[in-house]
Design a protein around this ligand. Structure first.
Ligand code: AMP
Length: 514
């Protein structure tokens, strides 16, 4: 009887938790991110001291870019550009000095270029690439034996690592520095610049597993900041500039289509069922959502809110939701390392939200999207909040809105307390979905039974073939006290370091897996 009473109280709370006005969690600490800026120039010395110093406004294209509007410039990797004005922030007004747009002026995405002769302009320099990503990139099609890249070392801030493809396996070396600032792999030979180091090992292996070959191929260009220079601030766009194409899927609140913006740029368009949200509420939330920029978060590009249906324009992910990806044929090709890596990517996106004091509120495999090479990005962050109607100053779930009970932390169910720690709980469930290739959690249990059992202390058993340490991580996410659950930062490194292995030593035990 007592249990029955507690249960029905819980159900009341499931509904009433939506009625609590929520704290604005996104204000204040949202700072402009520098994720895509080009400021990283930690190479102190010029490579060729006899050559005239390059102009500070001369840049080298790191990727191909196809003009999206009449006002921007097309260019190819390796083209030189002169930045004439950087006033527009992440889009610069520039003149092409070489290549297909030579002598023409127009806007360019600033994160596609790097200063000429800076370390960022080197084709082998991949500073913000994690060890796992480096492995994936080097193992991707197009790279041959000896392909390499240099990246920031994850485990030791300020240090660099060299990752090399050797007969289908990737090996990592630390690049250490002498007191005089010279770089070395082995103490027997040091170099003033990284470029000199690369040139040396390109000529001979000299102790490395293989002589350095071609720089690693870049997988894909980064996401631009908004669709173009003039949608960055005025990001309400004319819906006539969007052509809807193939339907990609349908969610609870509307349909998602492939779209073409300005006849040039592939995007995803989420169309919202009329009345599913208050446009004003959405726009307020979207102001924050748009500022959240991370390689593992789906970027919100623009919106059309002037008439219904509201359009939300985001980057397009070729393989759709992680849930479908796991359940379909693609799931058959996934091994344990892929599963862990995908989980690590989600943790990385969530760690960024954690740092920005932002709460997702509906983290689940259905809200993670997959692109080429198993790239995963977290989608729909913050949307759960706006899919509620404001009703006499309280928030309430839209009629017919489904509450994802099986993904929701007990304190959110009981008391309506959503926090980054309730997101961590959901992440544990998402791990379960990944390990079971998209099985519904708590199989054969109803939502009602789940709430009952969870409050009694029940937790799902380990899925088949789930390594013990991974189940340990899941269980940590499901601790009753939110404060006992790990941070996303911890989850990220635990998953990234999951396969840490001791390696046989090279030279002064320098080769490593960090
Ligand atoms: P949602 O309404 O967000 O649940 O989306 C419904 C379905 O549309 C998802 O399950 C995906 O298959 C697809 N989808 C949503 N957003 C995108 C996107 N940005 N790129 C590709 N497919 C998407």
């Amino acid at each position: 009887m007592e249990i029955q009473k507690r249960l029905s109280a819980c159900w009341d709370r499931i509904v009433s938790c939506f009625r609590k006005p929520e704290q604005p969690k996104t204000g204040g600490s949202n700072k402009d991110t520098t994720f895509f800026t080009n400021g990283h120039t930690d190479e102190p010395k010029p490579f060729n001291r006899l050559a005239p110093a390059p102009s500070r406004n001369h840049y080298l294209a790191l990727y191909d870019y196809s003009a999206r509007t009449a006002d921007d410039l097309s260019f190819n990797t390796g083209d030189k550009l002169e930045a004439l004005s950087k006033d527009a922030g992440e889009w610069w007004f520039a003149k092409a000095l070489t290549g297909i747009s030579i002598n023409r002026t127009g806007y360019i995405p600033a994160n596609y270029v790097a200063p000429v002769e800076s370390i960022d302009a080197e084709p082998w320099y991949f500073p913000d690439t994690k060890r796992l990503d480096a492995e994936k990139m080097l193992l991707a099609e197009g790279n041959n034996h000896g392909a390499f890249l240099i990246r920031n070392c994850e485990s030791q801030k300020g240090e660099l690592s060299l990752s090399v493809l050797d007969h289908g396996r990737v090996k990592h070396y630390k690049l250490k520095k002498l007191e005089n600032g010279q770089y070395f792999v082995s103490r027997t030979k040091s170099f003033e610049t990284l470029k000199e180091l690369v040139e040396w090992y390109t000529v001979q292996a000299d102790g490395l597993c293989v002589r350095l070959g071609e720089p690693c191929k870049k997988l894909e260009a980064p996401t631009t900041y908004g669709l173009s220079y003039n949608t960055v601030d005025t990001w309400e766009i004319d819906r006539k500039s969007i052509k809807l194409g193939k339907k990609l899927g349908a969610g609870q609140f509307g349909e998602v289509y492939e779209g073409l913006w300005n006849d040039t740029t592939a995007v995803a368009v989420k169309t919202l069922k009329p009345g599913s949200m208050d446009p004003g509420d959405f726009l307020r939330e979207a102001q924050f959502m748009k500022r959240l920029r991370h390689a593992k978060l789906i970027q919100l590009y623009a919106v059309c809110t002037m008439e219904e249906p509201i359009y939300i324009i985001t980057e397009l992910m070729r393989h759709g939701s992680l849930l479908e990806y796991l359940q379909m044929d693609k799931g058959n090709d996934l091994g344990l390392s892929d599963q862990i890596e995908m989980a690590a990517q989600v943790a990385s996106g969530m760690a960024y939200l954690e740092q920005q004091n932002y709460i997702h509120r509906d983290l689940a495999a259905r809200n993670v999207l997959v692109g080429e090479n198993n790239i995963c990005k977290v989608a729909d962050f913050g949307l759960a909040r706006v899919f509620m109607v404001k009703n006499e100053n309280v928030y309430e779930a839209k009629e017919g809105g489904k509450f994802p009970v099986k993904w929701t932390a007990p304190e959110a169910i009981q008391d309506g307390i959503f926090s980054i720690k309730s997101d961590v709980w959901s992440f544990g469930i998402l791990l379960y979905e990944i390990m079971t290739f998209g099985q519904t959690p708590y199989p054969a249990m109803t939502n009602y039974q789940v709430v009952q059992k969870i409050l009694e202390g029940y937790r799902m058993p380990p899925p088949a073939k789930c390594p013990k340490p991974l189940y340990g991580i899941m269980s940590d996410c499901w601790k009753r006290d939110p404060q006992d659950r790990p941070t996303f930062e911890t989850l990220q490194w635990k998953l990234e370091d999951f396969f840490d292995l001791d390696t046989t030593s090279y030279d002064d035990a320098n080769r490593y897996h960090s």
